[in-house]
Ligand binder design. Structure first.
Ligand code: NAD
Length: 375
């Protein structure tokens, strides 16, 4: 069986998630490709130490050029603070290797534009990370929308809620400072996840009215002092999308201060004949609206119906590591040409579109007006 060799740049939270998915790659049934983690780069030597437990890793380094120069690597996954995306993504692309890039695909619209330009010129396979749509619930939701059962679509609501920032004593980190995470703040953190399905279904916001909030503006610096926390904490975007020549409202919410919510990603599509809604908060449940003599929402408990079959029993519950592994399976399947009709990872084009929406949102918040989005 063919083996694809992978390197990771940035071995923190997400680097470890990717490494662990590769570690149980054999859980995928009849997947015609092996994937091995061969190299790891991180500037923190303690982080490198964690990767010593993985037998397949040959290169552990603080210098990412070692990965770019290695002839043994086919694909590089990069999970770094956002201000580094532009340089690192472009350097990976120019090295001739394929790239799986963490969102938001550059800290701002200029960075995303440049990264996509290099990817197009070089012709390598580049995709951006967004894993939630690979859960069974969102996959069924897409099928419901495409089935036409909803009638005329009237409204779309999608969002991603976190609550860990509700604690004002949580020490600051790079994700709470614009110079590292970008001026788009929470939109860069959560927005690509929210827009992946809408953009894939062709729902491109034509205009955006944004309400952006900076709520907690100072945090402990972790060394006995305080630091300014200058990113947008919460973003509510009222957008318009055109579906079958009708203008439909689509509301997008990205919140780091959503009381009680740990990692709730949701989407709801309402039509004149039916509706469908899903929230990771209740991982198994898909809600379907139907209208007979009476109107009702019915709950379906889904099992483990993932795009790429695994050894896990069909009635068991999926979780975050599962959808992450499914996203990786989709990346390599698309790269090798066997994804067929399955859902694919975010394309550079879609990542760029998301940045156009976020840039319009910044503009809208500044001017107090709805801003047209130009693609
Ligand atoms: N897909 C998801 O669900 C998801 C979730 C969280 C974060 N992310 C994204 O993943 C990326 C990384 O986030 P994270 O949460 O893993 O961050 P993190 O802070 O946990 O990890 C970043 C790692 O990069 C290393 N690093 C920093 N500068 C470096 C450099 N110049 N060279 C090499 N290593 C360097 C740090 O030492 C750290 O280990 C971001 O783009 C973020 O938006 C995605």
């Amino acid at each position: 069986m063919k083996t694809v060799n992978v390197g990771i740049i940035g071995g923190g939270l997400m680097g470890k998630e990717v490494a662990s998915a590769f570690g149980r790659w054999f859980a995928l049934n009849d997947y015609p490709l092996k994937v091995e983690l061969k190299a790891l780069c991180d500037i923190n030597p303690e982080t490198l130490d964690w990767y010593r437990q993985i037998d397949t890793v040959d290169i552990l380094t603080t210098d990412y050029r070692e990965l770019l120069d290695s002839k043994a690597l086919d694909v590089i996954y990069v999970a770094l603070p956002h201000h580094l995306h532009e340089q690192y993504y472009i350097d990976v692309i120019e090295s001739g290797k394929d790239l799986l890039a963490e969102k938001p695909f550059g800290a701002d619209l200029n960075a995303a534009t440049l990264i996509k330009k290099h990817a197009d010129q070089k012709g390598c396979f580049v995709r951006c990370s967004s894993e939630m749509p690979f859960l069974p619930g969102p996959q069924r939701l897409i099928q419901e929308v495409l089935s036409g059962n909803l009638g005329q679509i009237m409204e779309i609501n999608a969002g991603f809620y976190h609550s860990s920032d509700m604690n004002p004593m949580k020490p600051i980190n790079w994700k709470r400072q614009s110079r590292y995470c970008g001026e788009i703040g929470v939109m860069g953190d959560l927005g690509m996840h929210v827009l992946h399905i809408p953009l894939r279904l062709g729902w491109k916001p034509s205009s955006v009215y944004a309400q952006l909030q900076k709520i907690i503006t100072r945090r402990p610096d972790g060394q006995g002092g305080w630091s300014n926390c200058d990113t947008w904490n919460n973003a509510t975007l009222s957008t318009n999308v055109s579906i079958e020549e009708e203008e439909i409202p689509m509301r997008l919410e990205m919140k780091r201060l959503a009381p009680g919510e740990t990692n709730s990603w949701f989407i709801e599509v309402l039509g004149t004949k039916g509706g469908v809604r899903y929230n990771t908060k209740d991982t198994k449940a898909l809600w379907l609206f139907s209208m007979e003599k009476e109107q009702y929402w019915k709950r379906v408990d889904l099992g483990f119906q993932v795009p790429f079959q695994t050894i896990t029993g069909g009635i068991f519950e999926p979780g975050f590591p599962d959808c992450f592994m499914q996203m990786l399976a989709a990346y390599f399947a698309e790269r090798e040409g066997f994804i067929e009709s399955r859902f694919g990872c975010v394309t550079p084009e879609e990542a760029l579109m998301s940045h156009k929406v976020f840039a319009a949102a910044l503009d809208s918040n500044k001017t107090g007006k709805a801003i047209a989005v130009k693609y």
